[in-house]
Design a protein around this ligand. Sequence first.
Ligand SMILES: Cc1ncc(COP(=O)(O)O)c(C=O)c1O
Length: 473
Amino acid sequence: MSLELSPEAFRQLGYQVIDILAEQLASFEDGPARRALTDSQRQQLIEQPLPETPQSPADLIQRVANDVLPYPMGNNSPRFFAWVNSPAAPIGILAEALAAGLNPSVAGGDHAATYVEHAVLNWLKQIMHFPADASAILVSGGSMANLTGLAVMRYVKSTYNVREAGMIAEAPMIIYASEQGHSSLQKAIEMLGFGTSNLRKLPVDDQYRMDTTALRQAIAADRAAGLRPVAVAASAGTVNTGAIDPLAEIADICAAEDLWFHIDGAYGGVGILAEQTAGLYDGIERADSLAIDPHKWLYVPVECGCALVKDGQAMRDTFSLVPNYLRDDRVLPWFAEFGAQQTRGFKALKLWMTMQQIGIQGYRDLITHDVAMARYLQHCLGQRDDFELIAAGPLSITCFRYRPAHVAAEKLDDLNRELLQIAQQQGHVYLTSTTLQDQVVLRACIVNFRTTEADIDALLDTLAGAGQQVLQS
Ligand SMILES: Cc1ncc(COP(=O)(O)O)c(C=O)c1O
């Protein structure tokens, strides 16, 4: 069995793939956001036998077209409103193929992929108002970016060499986030050995932003109890409502209290480019570390997150461990010295190509458009008497409920849960829910360059239709 394909055979297979992708691209506008798999289809996919003998590449590509592509998560559709998953910019899809064609490890070293990553990191620093001499690294996503930033914080804030000694008994280090902070912050705190009991989940104000009075009080109480406050992990765009914590005020508190200032901007960081958000990000430039997620609102295919750390030497000191066999070829410090991974994929290429195709003005327009679509949804909710608006953050997330006048308040959780299930099964639109103030709410997130007002009209009509169906059954 030879793995090699002749250039002609490779070309033919490539055309087959491109034809399938082009057809898929043409289907997003009118096709369903999501199509349910049957039980037997699920089983077939899971229980495929270990392939003993070679199979034809053309047949395999056709099987992907038949058995995988028709059952997407849905995020390429203009009517996908769930979670924070954007469609992939088409040029990013092609970039993935080109990156795999080169197949470098971007651990570091003197080859083109290294410099492409440095270029995109420089661009991301500029967008996020970080200085040129800050350090940054591409990682798999926002969770790893939060972990990376907080790992540097742990190294800096430990009073001894934590790399050598591990987490030894001293006054527990305390980290502050809002109760709306993303679960990946807690995961990072747990993985880094701080322990969840040392993560203070602070209350929020009526716009779901961190309550800074509560932050000040918690720091004072922890100090009085002999504990050691070390960091605030703020959010620039919470996942529930898109709230942006008062960053400038938190930066002041961190400076006064000598705390590390981390910001989780995985969803909302690049919302700084939107016309509607002027002033809301003031203070972001004072963060010690920042997580952003190009595979969300910069529309590149997953996976692509980015950790930025102001003190590059601290970042290198946290991770650098250079084995002898890697000591040559050192034009620049290796990326592997700034994060957890050694072999690293060429994630930068999809960002490099997508950012140049769109341009920063293009991103400003696209992200501004997404925020405008959220405002249109909020406007429509205000016009209808069968829905109520629950939370409208400054970005592109809206929380609301189906609430016809005659339905009793205590029935609303069940009603919204059930209508959501119906709408999800229909698949024309795709939406999920969350819990706010102990009530089930529908949550629409728009990080989608394909979404138009007509898609939002379709969303509300579909939900109202599903709601009627529940009420009649
Ligand atoms: C605010 C926030 N932080 C962190 C994350 C985690 O990012 P990822 O899923 O890319 O790991 C998310 C994901 O939606 C998020 O919305």
